[in-house]
Write a protein that binds this ligand. Structure first.
Ligand code: SF4
Ligand code: SF4
Length: 691
């Protein structure tokens, strides 16, 4: 009875402290903005795959296995812990044993996992203390972060020791318990603690000591976690369940901007009317914690500070100030600082500081290439680029504080329909001498099978104009039913959106959609992964629904259908590597099509160390192509060209206009123009076909 009373008292204290902490966090959540969720079937599948299956963690197999062991061990051991709590309250012993063989399996797994988790924790401790893992360091990794990790690892170590101790003495007390139920503990008992060397009373006393140690450690652990990075133990599963389902390349819409843009474009439109009861936004983008969604804050609470995001960030790798982990940790720290005042005095309460500028500098925000390497790597599905763009939206639309070069780019897009100072009238000059059909010249209501979306770079960039011409040669060789918009095409708005100018993006998107829908376009093929991503993932929200095909996918399809064959040995004996464009690969999961096309030319690729979803960005995305890079110790394109040079390749194949500019610059920077060439996939097909 005394044991029960003591247990209930400690449980009440634990639950009380935990509830107080949770209430505080809940009140902070109430300060944030809504974030819509739905599609529960997809979400549950994602949770099973990423959270329970630990699929992202396994991208690095050995450490992944260690982490997975700890996670799976926690899941199994949790059942035993719940049983201990019921036993403690009711005064029973192993109350769940009525489940028979199922119970035996759970207990046996818990016993084995206790040992495995113990070994994994020893590995993690040794790694922290002796191996100097780079991703554990960084300006955001203060003493507290390291202390947190050490405390949590020590607590888990003690939890496993106490669990095994309890099991061992349980086996001594119950020598006839079913064989195999405590495989590890029974082994230790047999070979290290001979049965008759311990009296019943001593064994009972030790069992009690371990039982109490284990349960009290659980209580302490539960209340320490919410104050440390190890809060992810609770938060990772719900965070993955609630994480975004869209492809990584998608950026969330701002409906309040859509209304403004529609009003500007057509003051009579019904869309321009503010829905009843809906407040006009007090601010565009994210300046401080009250502008965040509850999901942003949930992400911040879930971050494990593992640094996987920062370790793959091209900006961070090249010495820039940006660290995606710091962005997420800053959100948590700022809410901790500002939240209590807002809870007490209302949302308008201010302390004269803000998340943007006092915690996160514009220099950090403008260094992002939106390559999505961070989001790809994050084991708990945090999406950093989307938050970074939200803060850029604030800087651009509220403060007009974008980098000067980007402001000039915006003006060009607005005036010329392209990021450069070219006349829209010259948009089809690249096709001089080629056999092309423009949509406006076709009889109304007879759209071709494919619309070739040329994109601003395809129309105006001197080097990429050659790629557009090469692709037209292929289309004509195939006798495909295709046409293009010609001078009616205007910039997709990708650069504007990723640079924070949502207003400009939406204006471009709505103009293009009106045009495309007016022509009844269904299928669009493009050489530009950025436009491919924008039209495929972002235009549908504005009424533009098209079957989007990247030229690598189009070529793959033609080869598979037997319509395109390349017997030429023009590339035989050549060492060739392929650079994955972020907006084709990570953003949209297309790694296979370009490789299959290259294989069909008889090319056996020499892959770079970082390829497929691990590929390093070229450094041009997210508006970087149009501005000076932030200060660092290297340009991103140099880091990437070094990857390519290390393969000893004579040709770097790319499939994106921005990548082409950067890779070509890299080759020039390294004075390799003689030994190394950069071709687009379409150009290589044309060469292989002798067109
Ligand atoms: S999107 Fe790329 S550049 Fe931006 S923070 Fe993530 S990894 Fe770094
Ligand atoms: S954001 Fe994700 S990858 Fe980055 S430190 Fe946090 S948990 Fe790790």
């Amino acid at each position: 009875m005394l044991k029960q009373l003591l247990f209930i008292a400690s449980l009440v204290v634990t639950a009380g402290v935990f509830a107080w902490t949770m209430r505080r966090i809940f009140l902070f959540f109430r300060l944030t903005k809504p974030y819509p969720i739905g599609k529960w079937g997809k979400r549950i599948w994602l949770m099973l795959k990423v959270a329970f299956g630990q699929t992202k963690i396994f991208r690095f197999p050995f450490t992944g296995l260690m982490h997975a062991v700890v996670f799976w061990g926690f899941c199994v051991i949790l059942i035993g812990s719940i049983e201990m709590i019921i036993d403690g309250i009711t005064g029973t012993e192993r109350v769940l044993s009525f489940m028979g063989p199922v119970y035996d399996v759970i207990i046996a797994s818990g016993d084995v996992f206790a040992l495995l988790v113990l070994l994994a924790i020893l590995f993690f401790m040794a790694r922290r203390l002796f191996s100097g893992v780079k991703r554990f360091e960084g300006i955001e990794m203060k003493h507290k972060s390291h202390m947190d990790a050490t405390i949590a690892l020590s607590l888990i170590f003690l939890l496993m020791v106490s669990l095994l101790g309890m099991n061992i003495y349980y086996c001594i007390l119950h020598p006839n318990s079913p064989e195999g139920v405590f495989p590890v503990s029974r082994y230790v008992m047999r070979y290290f603690i001979p049965r008759h060397s311990v009296s019943f009373n001593t064994a009972h006393a030790w069992h009690e000591v371990y039982w109490w140690s284990h349960i009290l450690l659980i209580f302490v652990f539960a209340n320490v976690l919410p104050y440390s990075k190890h809060f992810h133990v609770f938060m990772s599963v719900p965070n993955v369940l609630l994480s975004r389902l869209e492809p990584l390349g998608y950026l969330p819409n701002m409906p309040e901007i859509t209304r403004e843009v529609k009003l500007m474009m057509n003051p009579d439109t019904a869309f321009a009317v503010q829905p009843e009861g809906e407040q006009a936004p007090s601010r565009f983008g994210v300046k401080d914690v009250e502008d965040l969604t509850w999901k942003n804050y949930l992400d911040a609470l879930t971050c494990t500070e593992c640094g996987r995001c920062t370790s793959v960030c091209p900006a961070n790798l090249t010495g820039k100030k940006l660290s995606p982990r710091k962005i997420i940790m800053d959100v948590r720290a700022r809410m901790k600082e500002k939240g209590p005042g807002m809870v007490k005095n209302g949302k308008e309460n201010t302390d004269g500081k803000s998340l943007v500028r006092d915690y996160i500098t514009p220099e950090e925000l403008w260094a992002c290439t939106t390559c999505n390497a961070c989001a790809q790597e994050c084991p708990v599905n945090i999406n950093h680029p989307s938050l970074i763009v939200d803060m850029r939206r604030y800087l651009v639309m509220e403060e007009s504080a974008g980098p000067g070069e980007l402001n000039a780019t915006f003006t060009n897009i607005e005036n010329n329909g392209a990021p450069w100072q070219f006349s829209p009238e010259d948009r089809l000059k690249w096709a001089d001498g080629l056999d092309v059909r423009v949509m406006s010249s076709l009889p109304a209501g007879t759209p071709p099978e494919y619309l070739f979306w040329v994109g601003s770079a395809g129309a105006f960039d001197d080097r990429y104009k050659k790629v557009s011409r090469a692709f037209v040669k292929i289309l004509n060789h195939l006798k495909a039913d295709w046409a293009l918009l010609g001078t009616e095409e205007t910039d997709s708005g990708d650069v504007a959106r990723r640079s924070g100018n949502e207003m400009l993006f939406q204006m471009q998107a709505l103009m293009n959609i009106e045009l495309l829908n007016g022509y009844g376009v269904k299928k669009i093929v493009t050489c530009c992964p950025h436009d491919f991503n924008t039209l495929k993932n972002e235009y549908p929200e504005f009424g533009g629904h098209y079957e989007m095909i990247h030229h690598s996918q189009f070529l793959q399809q033609m080869i598979r259908e037997g319509r395109l064959s390349m017997d030429s040995d023009v590339f035989s004996g050549k060492r060739i590597t392929y650079h994955d464009p972020c907006y084709l690969g990570r953003a949209n999961g297309e790694y296979k099509a370009p490789r299959e096309v290259l294989r069909s030319m008889g090319i056996s690729l020499t892959e770079m160390n970082r390829s497929h979803s691990f590929a390093l960005c070229c450094g041009a995305g997210g508006g970087q192509m149009f501005k000076e890079a932030e200060k660092g110790n290297k340009e991103v394109f140099i880091e990437r060209i070094e990857d390519a040079i290390a393969t000893g390749s004579e040709i770097v194949c790319t499939a994106c206009p921005f990548c082409m500019v950067m890779i070509t610059d890299g080759i020039k920077y390294k004075n390799r123009e003689e030994e190394m060439k950069n071709y687009d996939l379409a150009e290589m097909v044309v060469m292989a076909m002798g067109l």
